[in-house]
Design a protein around this ligand. Structure first.
Ligand code: G6P
Length: 605
């Protein structure tokens, strides 16, 4: 949550900061601000609303000339999204300005202490204590003051700091919130992630927890958690600016939906060599485990629900899936015979990180499925498999989710083979099925025009139900979440067989029920549930595989996806559901890439 950027060089800082903030807006967008070192000291502007609004204010602010500055786009935690609570925050003496991503858990205690010493606070935020502490400890040495300040902080932070006394330098510190250094020629940067910097440099250094850093136009200096200088070589990013731009689409979400065949190709194809699944990065003795626990948040958890069924079905090991925010506090019975799999697009989700630590503390082996290279989860887990989805910008995940499914499928087949639980013929069929997925996803995208027409018919419904059994139920959960998060329609996902135990009371004439019917062996059962809701007046939109022609006799509308292997169809089945959410949101005039109250990277509990 929240995006931060810092710049020092020889170009005007304001356009660079604003452009970086626009790229970081997916992390939070309720208010934004920038601070610049000018010839007259530090100047800042900040306001509630999106970066666009800030940019309009900046265009009229004459006193923001400078070549060194910091910026922030916020997702409010402490204090509502007002102008005053927006970042940057300045010390009462105007000497320091900071931007912060994270939460200071002991801020009340520090605030009380400083207030007793006469410091007057301007905002309701936890962040302000940091900048007031910096000023309080300052005796002419910023690094010393920063060290003393962060020693007092409990919680998480990625900080960028300006001091009026040190022109051309931005200071930074990191603890449990992502922060990178962008290394340029005659200019250097800090940012929450690469998308903010890719226009300027592809060479980045990942800061670790406990590290602090200082950048000036010609130098990058990093200190380890003990305060000793440390040398870190930059890594070179391979993707280019186009990956972080809309590329002609109206929204990142549609661009990312359309990119799914390529993302699947990049994720699956290099891992199949000579007809064998090769997971180079994984060293696991699968015979050691008597249980697998998958844990994640949001859509990544829904991917885990698919993975649970596929892995258990092929490996014959009990598999559970649980949301990370519950698992982390449950004191679950896990031990060295448990494999804990965590799934995260960003690799920075706070609850997923905590769940991973919980697994490690209890002696389990840990495997992470992550998209962002070098992220906290990727570094913490014993083993990592990357989803090569490329950068995902839209808040609602699409290509991130399908590539998570692909990795779970690859892993399930790989593990079952290692365990000797897959005969040659079944293995070959699955490998063939996996290889076919990118092309099948491409064909599923052809449903776009038909889904758009359906969205025009049903966008004004009060509530939409999604039903399905087994893998179809796991997909119903994701389809329903997609719709809620971007269109704000009420929606529920139900195990089709469970509907009659209460929820069917909500089915009334005109209610739209999306019935997922790709699970071949349970088709007849779901078809009965379709009849039950139709008998009560519901309109049914069914999603089924192409060979299931009889579905036309059951449902009012049918969307058919290519026939896939019976365990692999979720990768295609989700595509019409993503499109439905997108077009309903479009019809309803919603801000698709930045839905209200959400953020892409949830780094708070
Ligand atoms: C947020 C996003 C979701 C995402 C979830 C988990 O809620 O809006 O799209 O599924 O976080 O994120 P992760 O990065 O861990 O996959």
């Amino acid at each position: 949550m929240c995006g931060i950027i810092g710049y020092t060089g020889s170009d005007p800082a304001v356009p660079i900061l604003l452009d970086g903030l626009k790229k970081l807006e997916y992390r939070g967008y309720d208010s934004a601000g920038i601070a610049v070192q000018t010839k007259d000291g530090l100047h800042m502007i900040k306001a509630s609303g999106k970066v666009e609004h800030l940019a309009a204010l900046a265009a009229q602010a004459p006193d923001l000339e400078g070549v060194c500055g910091i910026g922030h786009t916020r997702w409010a935690t402490h204090g509502s999204p007002t102008d005053i609570n927006a970042h940057p925050h300045m010390s009462a003496d105007g000497r320091f300005a900071i931007v912060h991503n994270g939460i200071i858990e002991n801020y009340l205690e520090i605030k009380k202490d400083l207030e007793e010493k006469g410091v007057v606070f301007a905002s309701e935020t936890d962040t302000e204590v940091i900048v007031q502490l910096l000023a309080y400890y300052y005796d002419g040495d910023v690094r010393k003051s920063l060290t003393r300040t962060i020693r007092r902080l409990e919680g998480s932070y990625a900080l960028a700091v300006l001091c009026a006394d040190v022109p051309g330098t931005v200071f930074a510190a990191r603890m449990s919130s992502p922060l990178i250094v962008g290394v340029g020629a005659g200019e250097n940067y800090f940012a929450s992630d690469i998308t903010a910097l890719i226009r300027h440099t592809k060479d980045v250094i990942d800061l670790e927890d406990g590290e602090t850093a200082e950048i000036s136009p010609d130098s990058v200096v990093i200190y380890d958690r003990y305060g000793s200088r440390t040398e870190k070589a930059p890594r070179h990013i391979l993707w280019d600016i186009a990956a972080a731009e809309k590329g002609g689409y109206d929204h990142f979400m549609m661009k990312e939906i359309m990119e799914q065949p390529q993302a699947l190709q990049a994720t699956i194809v290099p891992r199949i060599k000579g007809g064998q699944i090769v997971l180079d990065s994984v060293e696991l003795d699968m015979t050691k485990f008597d249980r697998i626990l998958i844990t994640a948040c949001g859509s990544a958890y829904h991917a885990g629900c698919v993975g649970r069924i596929v892995i258990e079905s092929l490996c014959r090991i009990p598999v559970e899936a649980e949301v990370a925010s519950e698992f982390r506090y449950r004191d679950a019975v896990i031990n060295e015979k448990t494999l804990v799999i965590v799934i995260s697009q960003s690799g920075e989700t706070a609850d997923t990180i905590a769940a991973l630590k919980e697994g490690k503390n209890k002696g389990a082996s840990t495997l992470a499925i992550v998209n962002v290279v070098g992220s906290t989860i990727a570094k913490l887990a014993d083993q990592v498999i990357y989803t090569w989805a490329g950068p995902e910008i839209a808040v609602a995940t699409t290509k991130g989710y399908v590539t998570q499914l692909a990795i779970l499928d690859l892993f399930a087949v790989w593990a079952a083979r290692k365990l000797g639980r897959l005969d040659d013929a079944s293995y070959k069929k699955l490998v063939k099925g996996l290889k076919a997925l990118p092309a099948q996803a491409q064909r599923a995208l052809d449903l776009s025009a038909g889904v758009k027409r359906l969205a025009a018919l049903y966008h004004d419904r009060q509530s939409i139900f999604f039903i399905g059994r087994n893998l179809d139920y796991a997909l119903a959960m994701e389809g329903s979440l997609k719709l809620k998060e971007i269109s704000y329609l009420h929606s529920e996902a139900y195990a089709a067989g469970e509907l009659k135990h209460g929820t069917i009371a909500l089915i009334e004439p005109g209610r739209l029920v999306v019935a997922l019917c790709c699970c071949e062996r349970l088709y007849e059962k779901t078809a009965s549930n379709i009849q039950q809701v139709k008998a009560r007046g519901a309109t049914v939109l069914a999603v089924a595989q192409e060979s299931k022609r009889q579905v036309y006799g059951e449902a009012d509308h049918v969307l058919q996806v290519p026939d896939c292997h019976p365990l692999l169809f979720p990768v295609t089945e989700i595509i019409p559901l993503q499109l439905l959410a997108y077009y309903v949101a479009l019809e309803n005039g919603c801000d698709i890439d930045k839905p209200k109250n959400l953020a892409k990277s949830v780094t708070v509990e």
